[in-house]
Design a protein around this ligand. Structure first.
Ligand code: MG
Length: 160
């Protein structure tokens, strides 16, 4: 069996009046992510972890934010396309672990639906997908609600 790990990181600025999507789930919030896509910073970090595990570059290379094709795109489509690259390489997801740093709102009511959504998109069990949320104790740009920051790690395996 071959095993590879990857990590991903992404930040988006927050602004009033925009929808907030995290982990494929719409979050009730007065602030949403500014982005070329739907701004799902959690999915972007996860895609980068998947691409990183296979040394396939980054999300900006595969889905450039200068392309009209990706304007306002549902990031779940980007994850599906990334998973197609993982499958083509002969790999499957073992597990994924995601940490979302956001000052507010509290994400606990949304964690299970994010895990279910991401597990479905990656064809794994919900128990293989961890989503954790933290504030930064009002410190830094996250603490001032100027942005949302996400870290993601994945393990991929192949029966080669
Ligand atoms: Mg992004």
């Amino acid at each position: 069996m071959k095993i590879r790990t990857g990590n991903g990181y992404d930040v988006h600025a927050l602004a009033e009046g925009l929808p907030l999507y995290l982990g494929g789930v719409r979050i009730e919030s007065p602030l949403g992510c500014m982005a070329h896509s739907d701004g799902d910073v959690a999915i972007h970090a996860l895609c980068d972890a998947l691409l990183g595990a296979l040394a396939l570059g980054d999300i900006g290379h595969h889905f450039p934010d200068t392309s009209d094709e990706f304007r306002g795109i549902d990031s779940k489509i980007l994850l599906k396309r990334t998973m197609a690259l993982v499958s083509e390489a002969g790999y499957r997801v073992g597990n994924a672990d995601i940490t979302i740093a956001l000052q507010r709102p509290k994400l606990s009511p949304y964690i299970m639906s994010m895990r279910e959504t991401l597990a479905g998109l990656m064809s794994v069990e919900v128990s293989d997908v961890s989503v954790k949320a933290t504030t930064t104790e009002k410190l830094g740009f996250v603490g001032r609600s100027e942005g949302c920051e996400v870290y993601a790690s994945v393990l991929l395996f192949a029966d080669l």
